[in-house]
Design a protein around this ligand. Sequence first.
Ligand SMILES: CC(C)(COP(=O)(O)OP(=O)(O)OC[C@H]1O[C@@H](n2cnc3c(N)ncnc32)[C@H](O)[C@@H]1OP(=O)(O)O)[C@@H](O)C(=O)NCCC(=O)NCCS
Length: 337
Amino acid sequence: MTRIGAVTGGPHAAILGLGAYRPSRIVPNADVIEAINSSDEWIQQRSGIKQRRWATPEETVQMMSVAASRQALERAGLEAAQVDCVLVATVSHLLQTPAVATAIAHELGTDQAAAFDISAACAGFCHGVALAADMVRAGSARHVLVIGVERLTDITDLADRGTAFIFADGAGAMVVGPSDEPGIGPVVWGSDGEQFDLIRQREDWRDVVGTEDSPGSGVMPHLVMQGNPVFRWASFQMAKVAQQALDRAGVSIDDLDLFVPHQANMRIIDAMARSMKLPPHVRIARDIAEQGNTSAASIPLALDRMYAEGDARSGDTALLVAFGAGLAYAAQVVTVP
Ligand SMILES: CC(C)(COP(=O)(O)OP(=O)(O)OC[C@H]1O[C@@H](n2cnc3c(N)ncnc32)[C@H](O)[C@@H]1OP(=O)(O)O)[C@@H](O)C(=O)NCCC(=O)NCCS
């Protein structure tokens, strides 16, 4: 039997740089309430959202990703040509194929880096970080660019009371590479496909286009969500997943500096923090108030705000927890760059 050569990477992986892109258009609650017969007070009380960012036509998935990535690379002190793989977590790149990651890798000027998209909805970014860390340690890539990006406004029915005030647009990116010390803890991830229908694209493209026998709907298959069960699942189950991620990393809750959960809803964030008995010194990401729920982009955007407001410092220990459609989830402890 022929022996196949093997490679191994560096012993450890870490986040080397973070970048973010927030769309230019700020949309206060006052601008969404009419279409959904709601009020600023109701939205703030139920979700904690005061305003969100919606992309203009020029702020495409690719454009926002490239901007966030350039910032992440600059902060990591790396050139695009040093990136071996580009992973893009998104559900709102509306071309079924090819992966938007390939266009982003090209526009950035990578040297034909491997590039593919990850479909794990709001949990996609933490899936990407886990894959990137494994690639770096296994030797299949030295530097991996992980991007979380969404233009959820393209797939949200702005007249739907259950989703129109929540979803928003933006992009975040992290460079993952080798390091002397472990900077990304073991991932705890999973999925509960029994709850597949709780957050989903309403129908598939065949139902939109139709067949000879049945005419298609002809309308964009927007996201639909059963908010209440999602709320209950996230509030209770994700605190357990968070604790498992701490245990697997050998980090006690008292060692944490930052808690950066997916920015789904402020009440879910608060419920998780209570359930986990998060000590008061742990600073909690609350980007959702100003940014809305940007699905795969929400964790890097939230961490970016913590830096900007002086709540996060290089070397801090952060717990990331992401969850969403699928229902898919992933959590890990990381050292912030
Ligand atoms: C969407 C969400 C804010 C709705 O809050 P809720 O408390 O579950 O709301 P309900 O659907 O039970 O409706 C409660 C009441 O508010 C009303 N309501 C629903 N949507 C409303 C809106 N947009 N504006 C005003 N009132 C609204 C309902 O009609 C209902 O009224 P009633 O009590 O008179 O019957 C909440 O379920 C949620 O945040 N879920 C998690 C969603 C999430 O984070 N998803 C992302 C995961 S990735």
